[in-house]
Ligand binder design. Sequence first.
Ligand code: MG
Length: 307
Amino acid sequence: MCYFTIIVFNGTIECMSNVITLKLTHAQEAKLYEAWSENAKTPPQYAKWQLKCENCVITCYTSGKTVFQGKEANVYASPFMEEELMQPKIAVKDILPQAGSDEVGTGDYFGPIVVTASYVSKENIDFLLNLKVKDSKKLSDEQIIQIVPKIIQKIPYQTFILKNKEYNLRKSENMNMNQMKAILHNKVLYELKKKNYPYQYIVVDQFEPAFSYYKHIHTSTKKVDDIFFLTKAEDQCLSVACSSLISRYIFLKEMNSLSESLGINLPKGAGPMVDEVAKKIVEKFGKEKLNEIAKLNFKNTDKILSN
Ligand code: MG
């Protein structure tokens, strides 16, 4: 049961009240408590537990109700509200204007991770459908190189390139891939949102539960917290499809310039071809070079350096 009122108005979700009350399952209660247990305080009367998080106090009552109270109540409650509030899950693809984000490069040993958020309004539909953006998964790299320059002339977007050096540094600090992705998606969405285009939805191609996503970015002072998470979103949402194509295009450009600077053609993916080429690079430039051009935590690194 949700007693919380939201109004979608010109692209902002406004809480009429900063109190959200939800009836969670025991499993959800346990998950919530576990995630923020370091903030546990002595619970008030009739409460099982209370968490005093930043900008939100969460109280779980013996009656079965959980109350989120404070400026960021929606950030903490939203992962559990999805089923109730995000009913138009199937229809979301048709609701424009919309911003959406997607990333590439996370499965490629060589080259950066590229994350893009783009903004699509109703006026862009025909233009994008003509370019076959809807079939983004079926487009070849050659086709992507043809059509993306047209897209980026028309569609507002924001991209961030996480270079390998930075990636390897974050990895050495034990940051996991999903946390890295969450931070990057948040970054491009925040920058795009700053431009104040009116929108109905912000969609992220889902790579982890909403709950974990928000946990990963909770310390950020610049966060986008009204996201609609959708799996396989690039097949359904033009905004996410555009983001996927733009990311891929920029990734290909980066791979090309890396290849040119090395004088060796870098293969995509993480297969045996990659190991073969990487060995040549190590021979020519030394193993330190890998830190600049590859994701060192991949299993490939051991294979490459073992003989
Ligand atoms: Mg994706």
